[in-house]
Design a protein around this ligand. Sequence first.
Ligand code: HEM
Length: 301
Amino acid sequence: MGAQTPVTPEKPEQGILPPRVREELNVLREKAKEDLEALKKPEKTQLFKSMFRVKHDESERSRALSVLTNVFFHLHPAKVNRDAVRYSYTWGMGGISFYLFIVLTFTGILLMFYYHPTKGQAYRDIIYLMSDVPFGKLLRNMHRWAAHLMVITVWLHMFRVFLTGSYKKPREFNWCVGVLLLVFTLLLSFTGYLLPDDQLGFWAVTVGTNMARATPLLGAEGPLGPQVGVTPYNDVHFALLGGSIVDSNALLRAYIWHCIAIPVILSILLAVHFWRVRKDGGISGPAPVQLESEMKPERKF
Ligand code: HEM
């Protein structure tokens, strides 16, 4: 009988596995240990730091830092990376999306003066606005075009953030806030569709909300829906429309979501988004470029 490698009970794989696999296992074990330690002190984790303000250390410099890095004490950042604010880097799409949101809010408030969210009256209000109200056509079209453009610019902004890798550490949390911003921008656009109460809006919302019937657990025709007691009279489709078909209740619900709830949610998310851009050290930016004029002349001996 030849000598056999002793197998310890804690690490039974030691005698069997090739050295490379054993090394990888050790790395994984170390990583798991670190993760466990992090769970004991969640405020030290990267996830926590990407969401909340980080306390500075107790040095003299930290007192200045806590003022300079605070958005409320010091609205503008103390330093800006020149290359990070170039349009060729940001495409300006975040800023343009925000500008369009302001235009939409302003024109939307003006539109509310001429609109009643009731069946029949809503469509007549739009006809009146387009034909009789001074600058009514311009007002409505400014709102419509700004809405279409905002959907496009938010997508482009997200695409730029992805291309420049700005979703990575320390900006993970802001990326998630951004995803919510995208969802609510699309919902804002969708709920506005029904408001003119024309054929286009009616069928768009009929098709759109019909999809909700197939939602898992929440839709009467979705997976597991009927099993948990969801019927066509208490499912998410019914809740969205306030009934079984697109009618006066649906119009009122779309109006309230469109004019109050979603704009308020978007405004709160935008405030968090901008605050996080600042707290994450400003716009990510490419590696700084040194201009020729800034280069030190070569020393000649
Ligand atoms: C209503 C929609 C949105 C508005 C108004 C908005 C606005 C902005 C602005 C003004 C900036 C500063 C830099 C820049 O302009 O590029 C920014 C940065 C950022 N946004 Fe948005 N954003 C929106 C949606 C989104 C979406 C959909 C995502 C991604 C899912 C996102 C993720 C980010 C990230 C990660 C940054 C930091 C980028 C960096 O540091 O380079 N945002 N946003």
